[in-house]
Ligand binder design. Structure first.
Ligand code: ADP
Ligand code: MG
Length: 244
């Protein structure tokens, strides 16, 4: 499978602290990869580095054939090809739901407002929130806001979706509706790298699981292999916390 997004030997420190220590990870087109690991293991940092939201200290990141870690690359153009959703919904509170969804299409991709809104309404329909298009985000539940954030992320048809624990700030009863949406995107062929603590979901939806521990990829494999027969002691210890 040809890699759509690939990190090669990525190192990242904050001050003295080495957070990523030579990470190699590959995401194939239409592949869904779940990134698991303890809090503080570097999952968010890796996603932020891959999304060019954080500079790396060493290594390379490729989007297709393009080395996007090359400082001569136009970061805004690269970021326009990616979609990201984070734990906290990060919707713009002063903009209506539909303006949140259309903003990047209008401003970055220079799509005319009417076309951007027509597309946004389709997406809001898809995430079950067309009736909320003219509301402000604070009128929506956390699960609804996160569904808007997903609609916003896919509005520009990104090549890759980077999802960082997008359900972990939600009340338990709201987690399912967001996971179902991600499941649908995966079924439609989206390319997704998602950091998650939802092990059952990862097992069900991901093509591959990558386990990160202290900034190092300790093990990766199919969900069946990694969850049922992890090879590494550190993987077994981590997974034991979820089955206790
Ligand atoms: P995870 O998402 O797996 O919980 P993170 O990537 O958020 O892990 O964090 C890994 C480590 O990097 C943590 O020790 C965290 O405190 C540190 N870290 C993350 N972002 C920053 C930052 N902007 N400045 C300083 N330290 C950071
Ligand atoms: Mg994190």
């Amino acid at each position: 499978m040809s890699a759509l997004l690939r990190a090669s030997g990525v190192w990242k420190s904050f001050g003295e602290r080495e957070v990523l220590r030579g990470v190699d990870v590959t995401l194939g087109r239409h592949e869904v990869v779940a990134l698991i690991g303890a809090s503080g293991s570097g999952k968010s940092t890796l996603l932020r580095c891959l999304g060019l939201l954080e500079p790396i200290d060493d290594g390379q990141i490729f989007l297709g054939d393009l080395d996007i870690s090359d400082p001569r690359v136009d970061g805004n153009r690269v970021r326009a090809r990616l979609g990201a959703v984070f734990q906290s919904y990060n919707l713009f509170p002063h903009l209506s739901v539909i303006d949140n969804v259309t903003l990047a299409s209008r401003v970055v991709h220079r799509m005319p407002r009417a076309a951007a809104e027509a597309r946004a309404l389709e997406l809001l329909e898809r995430v079950g929130l067309a009736d909320y298009a003219r509301q402000h985000p604070d009128r929506l539940s956390g699960g609804q806001q996160q569904r808007v954030a997903i609609a916003r992320a896919i509005a520009t048809d990104p090549e890759v979706l980077l999802l960082d624990e997008i359900t972990s700030a939600l009340d338990p009863e709201l987690v399912g509706e967001v996971l179902e949406l991600v499941r649908g995107l995966a079924a439609d062929g989206a390319t997704i790298l998602m950091a998650t603590h939802e092990m059952a979901f990862a097992r069900d939806v991901a093509d591959r699981i990558v386990f990160l521990d202290a900034g190092v990829i300790v093990e990766e494999g199919s969900p069946a292999a990694l969850f049922t027969a992890p090879r590494e002691a550190r993987t077994r210890e981590f997974l034991a916390r979820f089955t206790a």
